[in-house]
Design a protein. Structure first.
Ligand code: HEM
Ligand code: SF4
Ligand code: SF4
Ligand code: SF4
Ligand code: SF4
Lengths: 425, 366
């Protein structure tokens, strides 16, 4: 078992340059002669160099898992084999990934990180991705035999496998409450509570396709939830932006009126901000769409309001199969503070996943399912009321049967009070 | 012989408790932060309602890390940052300290160990990327290599904040799967239909699943040499590679015909404008490991043009929205082609149904 160090003239060129080099890291692992993985990493370098020569990938999937779970390990077997079917780089012939869920917000003590490294040196390749875009710690490079003992040890330390395949997936939440003044709800609580309530659907893939949650504390959406999540939970507020006029004046004094006009006033998407003669700021909060821009620029003077909660969007995904989709609003606003609020979020998620499980076609994401069955039908099925905040504008074509109109109008009036009553308020 | 031990069943614990790993200052002021500023690129300064302050130093990493690099980062955190770290969605590492005086030594230690400090504010951020040849089963290129080569070129823009607004670049090593939306996206784009290895289809592929995967219904069951296989209607095929994942004999990756395309103007945040998808601007770049120089040239050309022409706070997409696509192609010198029109369903919405046109004869700039 003494794999030779392969020549890697192409990869060597990725050791140069100011950015940290993953190739240098691979080589450090391959050179660690006293470690069990040195041979595996030499052979990994050999196969990767071949990919750089031929411009082809050489991994195929398969089935590898841990007892009790149906997913969470990404199996990789080499396809780079000689005529006799034997792998050219046998020590890296099995190079599986364990997806392990980190703590929400990706916080670590160095002690925790070191212990993860130690386990991984014992059972795996020594190569760790921090983190995959799925939100997992990806322990890359495990033999089939070592997957179970590696997982057992990580599991004993309090870590659990993430999602893969047609399952609820590992989630991500922004740093939020931990270190960001924009944060409008407790992201860690939401992330922990929701994901831990769906562990069964994470570990036993039985949905039509993947289902992703992502949690961003404000509309800056640092977790890219609107595009990358089936269910995006995004912090917002419904009362007035908090203004500290003293800080506004300081900002104006420092940057000048022109800068405030060019960078704040004219950049508001709904023209809701005015700079007054006395260098104070007024905001038309009824027309503010909570975009965050003015707050981002004037972090000291402006903050989200006090009546905070979340907007929920559904259906984001990447290209396959019908093209890229953004999530769209299904809940314009809900509070997320009390136990009852969090229970409501869980219930909503459960309804949606239940409906998805029963109605999506195989390999169809939520966005595609809604596209196929119609948004209005989806709302009705999961028990959400239609709301004009869910669209940019009402339909522009007449191809619709409206014989249920009176009934629908009655429902709206029942929810919102008859028009005359509304005018009285 | 004793009976075999019962297999260990997993403890279905879900995500670990975050507070056990959180810096004590962050824990103490959880949900109580008041404002922040950036004393210099790569450093954030947050102030809590309690008056507590925390300085965060952000450094780029190679994402796929050997345990030695991770331990080096741990050593730095132990010496300079109370033994706590966190990671960002773009694989940056963050160190938190309670005193500004601790920042310079922390930065020096990171830089000495080869980890660039930056990636805050209006910088070019670390590229968010996928797997590629290192680990995926369908990749057209190597994401980590493209990213390393590009970040070497963009290093100065990572450690400075001199773009009009932040620039988030993404890469994707196949056409359809993991890559995200980016201010600039560097994605695989195949240009020829899959070559089918008929001998293998019968053995390895579940044919109905493959037929169902094709977005344009170009795949049909067929029989070749008496064996069940598949065939592709090449006039319909859009070379997306979707069939390759469920059926490896549908060879979509090709050393020559698998190309790289560049897209611009994607945006996730809701700040100012609503989120937007990125749009195709360049295609047909060669997949040229190990340093992909043609990709770097095109990305830098777009970045330089944006840097020179956009206003403060304009993201790339917002800048183009203001100046218009004709000017974008004019300023970057990139060719405009018939491939920029979108023929997919809903594509008509991207056509100009107005007389709003910026004419290049229309006078000087303000
Ligand atoms: C054989 C098929 C696939 C494989 C092997 C695969 C593998 C992966 C891997 C390894 C990642 C993590 C990437 C990283 O961070 O390094 C990932 C993420 C991702 N994949 Fe896939 N994937 C496959 C199919 C798909 C499909 C069909 C879609 C979309 C319909 C998709 C969408 C995504 C997205 C959006 C992410 C980013 C994760 C996130 O932001 O939540 N993938 N995939
Ligand atoms: S999404 Fe908002 S709250 Fe969360 S980290 Fe980003 S800016 Fe802060
Ligand atoms: S948050 Fe956005 S929409 Fe609201 S006032 Fe500020 S800039 Fe305008
Ligand atoms: S983008 Fe495509 S090729 Fe790259 S890791 Fe994701 S699925 Fe694999
Ligand atoms: S490459 Fe795409 S369009 Fe062509 S046959 Fe395969 S799935 Fe269909």
């Amino acid at each position: 078992m003494s794999a030779k160090t392969p020549q890697t003239p192409l990869l060597d060129q990725l050791e140069k340059g100011p950015w940290p080099s993953f190739v240098a890291g691979l080589k450090r692992l391959a050179a660690a002669q006293d470690k069990p993985y040195a041979g595996m990493m030499k052979h990994l370098l050999g196969q990767l160099e071949r990919s750089y020569e031929t411009k082809r990938g050489y991994w195929k999937g398969g089935t590898v898992g841990v007892i009790g779970y149906g997913g969470g390990v990404i199996p990789r077997f080499t396809e780079l084999r000689g005529k006799d079917g034997k792998p050219e780089f046998p020590e890296a012939a099995e190079f599986h990934t364990l997806r392990i869920m980190p703590a929400p917000g990706m916080h670590y003590t160095t002690d925790a990180l070191r212990r993860l490294c130690d386990v991984w040196e014992k059972h795996g390749s020594g190569l760790i991705t921090l983190h995959g875009q799925s939100g997992d710690i990806m322990f890359q490079g495990c033999s089939s035999r070592n997957v179970q003992p590696c997982f057992d040890e990580l599991n004993e330390m309090g870590y659990d496998l993430g999602g893969a395949g047609p399952a609820v997936r590992t989630s991500m939440s922004c740093v939020g409450h931990a270190r960001c003044e924009h944060s409008c709800y407790d992201e860690i609580r939401a992330h922990t509570q929701i994901i831990n309530a769906f562990v069964d659907d994470i570990h036993r893939p039985a949905l039509p396709y993947k289902f992703k949650f992502k949690f961003s504390g404000c509309p800056n959406d640092c977790m890219n939830a609107i595009q990358r999540a089936d269910m995006a939970v995004i912090g917002t507020w419904r009362d007035d932006i908090e203004i500290d006029q003293r800080e506004v004046r300081q900002f104006v004094a420092l940057r000048g009126r022109q800068a405030v006009i060019d960078n704040v006033v004219t950049r508001c998407p709904t023209r809701s901000v005015s700079l007054e003669e006395d260098d104070s700021l007024t905001i038309d909060n009824r027309n503010c769409v909570r975009c965050m821009h003015c707050i981002n620029v004037m972090t000291k003077a402006l903050s989200p309001g006090k009546d905070r909660g979340v907007t929920i969007l559904l259906g984001g995904k990447r290209t396959l199969k019908i093209g890229d989709l953004f999530g769209t609003v299904i809940v314009p606003f809900m509070k997320l503070e009390t136990d009852a609020d969090f229970a409501r979020l869980h219930e909503l998620a459960q309804n949606i996943i239940g409906f998805f499980a029963e109605n999506a076609l195989e390999h169809e994401r939520t966005g595609e399912m809604i596209e196929r069955i119609g948004f209005a039908n989806f709302l009705e099925a999961v028990g959400l009321d239609p709301d004009p905040s869910m669209l940019l504008h009402p339909r522009t074509n007449p191809y619709v049967r409206t014989d249920g109109w009176d009934e629908e109008a009655r429902k709206w009036n029942a929810r919102h009070g008859a028009p005359s009553a509304q005018e009285d308020r | 012989m004793s009976t075999p031990a019962k297999p260990r069943m997993p403890v279905e614990s879900g995500v670990p408790d975050a507070f056990q790993f959180m810096h004590p200052l962050l824990k103490k002021n959880y949900g109580q932060w008041r404002w922040h500023d950036r004393p210099r690129p790569g450093v954030l300064h947050h102030v809590a309602r309690s008056g507590d302050q925390v300085w965060t130093v952000r450094a780029g990493t190679q994402r796929q890390m050997d345990v030695f690099s991770v331990r080096t980062l741990c050593d730095i955190a132990d010496r300079h940052a109370d033994g706590y770290v966190r990671f960002t969605i773009r694989s940056n590492i963050e160190f938190m300290v309670a005193e500004q005086a601790k920042v310079p030594a922390l930065i020096a230690a990171l830089e000495a160990a080869g980890f660039p400090v930056g990636g805050t504010g209006n910088s070019v951020r670390m590229i968010s990327h996928t797997q590629g040849w290192l680990h995926c089963d369908i990749p057209g290129t190597d994401a980590s290599g493209v990213v390393k080569a590009l970040m070497d070129e963009l290093h100065e823009e990572f450690i400075h904040e001199r773009m009009p607004n932040r620039v988030g670049i993404t890469t994707s090593c196949c056409e359809i799967n993991c890559g995200g939306q980016g201010d600039i996206a560097v994605n695989i784009q195949h240009t020829k239909p899959p070559k089918i290895n008929h001998d293998l289809v019968a053995n390895v592929c579940e044919r109905p699943a493959v037929v169902a995967r094709c977005p344009v219904a170009a795949i049909r069951p067929a029989v070749v040499n008496g064996k069940p296989t598949l065939e592709v209607d090449e006039r319909k095929c859009i070379c997306c590679g979707a069939c390759y994942a469920p059926c490896p004999p549908m060879q979509i990756n090709d050393p020559e015909y698998t190309k790289i395309a560049i897209w611009v103007g994607g945006k996730h945040s809701n700040a100012r404008s609503r989120p937007t998808f990125h749009k195709l601007v360049v295609a047909g770049l060669p997949n040229n490991p190990p340093r992909w120089p043609e990709v770097a040239d095109a990305v830098k050309k777009i970045l330089r043009t944006y840097q020179g022409d956009a206003r403060d706070w304009e993201r790339i997409g917002e800048w183009i929205e203001r100046i218009g696509w004709p000017r974008f192609f004019e300023l970057t010198g990139l060719p405009f082609t018939s491939y920029h029109f979108d023929n997919w369903r809903g594509g008509r919405a991207s056509l100009n149904a107005s007389t709003h046109i910026r004419h290049s004869a229309g006078g000087g700039r303000p």
